[in-house]
Every structure is written in C-alpha cells, then in structure tokens.
Write a protein that binds this ligand. Structure first.
Ligand code: PLP
Length: 402
C-alpha cells in the first residue's frame, strides 16, 4: 500500500477565505439587492499597465514566428530580465546585487514555500504571529505540526513588530512591509535582525512582496541595504502587487553568492549553488512572454505606470486609514503598505466584527485571527479596490454607530 505525506493531515483547516465566502453567500441570498464592498482581498484590481500589455503582444508574436520562437529558457530566468532587476531594483539604489544572484520565478508564494527544499530538517524556525499563512503551512507540510516552529507574538504593545528571540533560532521569516499588519521596520530595527542572524549563524527569509508600497524615506526597501545581510539573507520579490501580475505570475528571489553555511562534517556550502540546483531540477523557467512583460516594468514608461498604480492603491489606503483614525480606533499600517490593520471596536472577537461590518455596513474585510492567534481582536482592510468603492466604504464606516 502506498502512503501519503501525513503532515498534510496536520495542517490547520484553511477556513479563512472559504468561511468569508460562505458568509457573503448567505448574506447575499437574503439581501440580494445589497451593494457589498470587498476590502478583504489581497488581489489587485487595476488592469496590467499598457507597456506590459504591449510587451506581451510583441513577445506572443515572436513566439509565433519561426525565426524568433523560443522553447525552454534558462531555469534561472533570461539575462535581459535578471540584468534589469539587478540594475534598477538594486544597483541604482546603491545595493550590490548582481544579475546572476537573481532567480526569476513564477511567484513568491512558490518561492517562499520551495526554499525549504534546500534547508535542513533540524532547523528551528521562527515566524511572526499574525503572519502570511504560507510560511507556517509549508513548514508543517514538510515536517509536521510538532516541528520546531517558534511564533513571535506581534501585538499593539510592540507595534506589531516581533522582538528578537531570546533563544538561538536557525531560520527566521520576516515580511516587510508586512501582510497582514501593514507594519514596516526601520533600518536600525532591521539591522538588529541582521546582526542577530550573523551572530547566531541564522538565515533570514525576507519577503519584500510589498516593497513598492513604501512611501517613507528611511524604510529599507531591501534587506540588502543592511550591511552583512548578503551573508545571512535571501530576499523574495514579486511583480504581483506592484505591477498587477497576480494572474500573469512572475517573481524573483535574490540568493547572494556570499550566503554560505556548513555541512554536518564541516564543509562550506553556498546556498546560491543549492538553489540553482533545485531550480534547474524542479523548475523549467517562467514563460518567455511573462519575462518580457516583467522586463517592460523596468522601461521608463513602465516605471511611471506602476508608480501610478501603486499611488492609486496608496491613496485608498490613506483614505481608509484616516477614516478609521477619525473614529478613534487604534490603527496600524496603511502608510507603507496597502493593508490597514486595526483593533476591532467594541469586541475582542475578529469574526464578530466581521459579521457586524458585513451586516451593518455591507463591507467585507479579513478577520485578524485568520492570520494567527495574536491577530484575534484585529481586522485587516485592503486598499486594492477602486477609489470610488473605497470612498463609499469609508462613508458607510463614518456614519456607522458601532
Ligand atoms: N508574500 C506575501 C507576504 C503575500 O501577501 C503574497 C500574496 O498575497 C505573496 C507573497 C504571494 O505573491 P505571489 O503572487 O508572487 O505568489
């Protein structure tokens, strides 16, 4: 008889978004005329920027001609894209990352999950709580629920930023700007983590999927702005949120060549080499047309277009944030992030607040407890809807007597 990976049976039932869908369904069945505004989603709503669409058309035509057709590409990504990424996302900002340290992929969700393939099973792993659920679930899939996952509580008292662990941790996931809390770390704060990692020979898995939403100058956009990070960190970036690629799929990971560790018998190994081996074996590359589309993001027009998209969402974030603040509710995020995180007024139960917001304001958000136990009593609203809907949602909240 064949067996299965029973760790999958130990995963928490993923009921967050299915429960939300069920509750919306029930509500619309009995209130079919009601205009529900969805601020729960982490998906973008604006269409792809024109230069991206142009690049897609052109590259599709290339694929249809004998002379320009392309089959399998390099598993690490085409040079034309890796070079643009290195130049514009890093070198132009004074960060030393070279094109061959960049691995183009089909999403940060897959990258942050797949990275575990090259890491040992004995590692202790730390995660923030609340957290983007993929980090936790992929660890449970690999090692089971009783693996060495250490949850770092994020609360209003610590501004939803985890404290440095008191014990020695091998692998630490950090996500800034954060999903779900929208919080960011300053350079000195992030430096503390890099110093901790260097001292304890830990690895930081830094998810910068929301980097483009940073508006404040002193907030690091890459962990590699911090000295020494190239010896202790891998960074994940995505085109999903900054350029509307959630349906197109493109991302990249930066695995510095100077990131090394030792085998049990004392040999030095480079994670760059291991990830290269992993990707060339299990991944056949991001589609050519998608990489051409991502390349277009770096053209001067593309850069302007994505800036406009991000600004549009950030205007929504500012509108939501200021409305909640004027209600007197404790609010986090929304300044360098498309997510606004706040304390549910009048209850410590995120789901109870979800129900009231749906039934009384006809607005859908995401209950904080869905991201971890420390999210209980909090709530996430997303800025990824239209300006009109966001304004209408805010009007409803302003008039609402909670
Ligand atoms: N990382 C974080 C923190 C996210 O919130 C998301 C998507 O919501 C992702 C990664 C996934 O990005 P991608 O679309 O590139 O898989």
């Amino acid at each position: 008889m064949f067996t299965i990976n029973e760790n999958y049976l130990q995963l928490n039932e993923s009921y967050l978004f299915s429960t939300i869908a069920k509750k919306i369904n029930e509500f619309t069945l009995s209130n079919p005329e009601t205009d529900i505004i969805r601020l729960g989603i982490g998906d973008v709503t604006l269409p792809l920027p024109p230069s991206v669409v142009d690049a897609l058309h052109k590259s599709v035509d290339e694929m249809g001609r004998k002379e320009t057709f392309r089959g399998y590409g390099p598993e690490q990504g085409y040079g034309f894209l890796r070079e643009k990424i290195a130049e514009i996302d890093f070198q132009k900002r004074g960060i030393s990352v070279s094109a061959d340290e960049i691995f183009v992929s089909d999403g940060s969700k897959s990258d942050t999950g797949n990275i575990l393939d090259i890491l040992g099973e004995q590692n202790s792993v730390a995660l923030a709580d609340p957290v983007y659920p993929v980090y936790q679930d992929t660890n449970v899939m690999r090692l089971g629920a009783d693996n060495r996952l250490i949850l770092l509580p994020c609360t209003a008292e610590n501004n939803f930023l985890p404290q440095l662990p008191t014990e020695k941790i091998d692998i630490i996931y950090l996500c800034y700007p954060d999903n779900p809390t929208g919080t960011v770390m300053t350079k000195p704060q992030l430096k503390q983590w890099v110093d901790y990692a260097l001292e304890n020979r830990s690895l930081i898995l830094f998810d910068a999927a929301y980097e483009a939403f940073i508006t404040e100058d002193d907030i690091p956009r890459s962990i590699f702005e911090i000295e020494g990070a190239e010896q202790c960190a891998i960074e994940f970036r995505s085109f999903s949120k900054n350029a509307g690629f959630t349906g197109l799929r493109c991302s990249y990971a930066v695995v510095p060549k100077s990131l090394k560790t030792h085998t049990a018998d004392g040999r030095e190994v480079s994670l760059h080499g291991l990830w290269n081996r992993r990707q060339s074996t299990k991944f056949n590359g991001t589609p050519y047309i998608v990489q051409r589309a991502a390349e277009a993001v770096y053209s001067p027009e593309g850069q302007n277009e994505i800036r406009e998209m991000v600004d549009y969402y950030m205007q929504n974030a500012a509108i939501i944030r200021s409305a909640l603040l004027s209600k007197g509710w404790p609010v986090f995020g929304g300044v360098n992030s498309p997510y606004v995180w706040f304390k549910c007024p009048g209850t410590d139960n995120s789901w109870r607040f979800f129900d009231r917001l749906l039934h009384e304001c006809h607005i859908v958000g995401t209950p904080g407890v869905g991201f971890g136990a420390y999210g209980e009593g909090y709530f996430r609203l997303s800025a990824f809807n239209s300006l009109e809907k966001t304004r209408e949602a805010v009007r409803r909240i302003e008039r609402w007597e909670v």
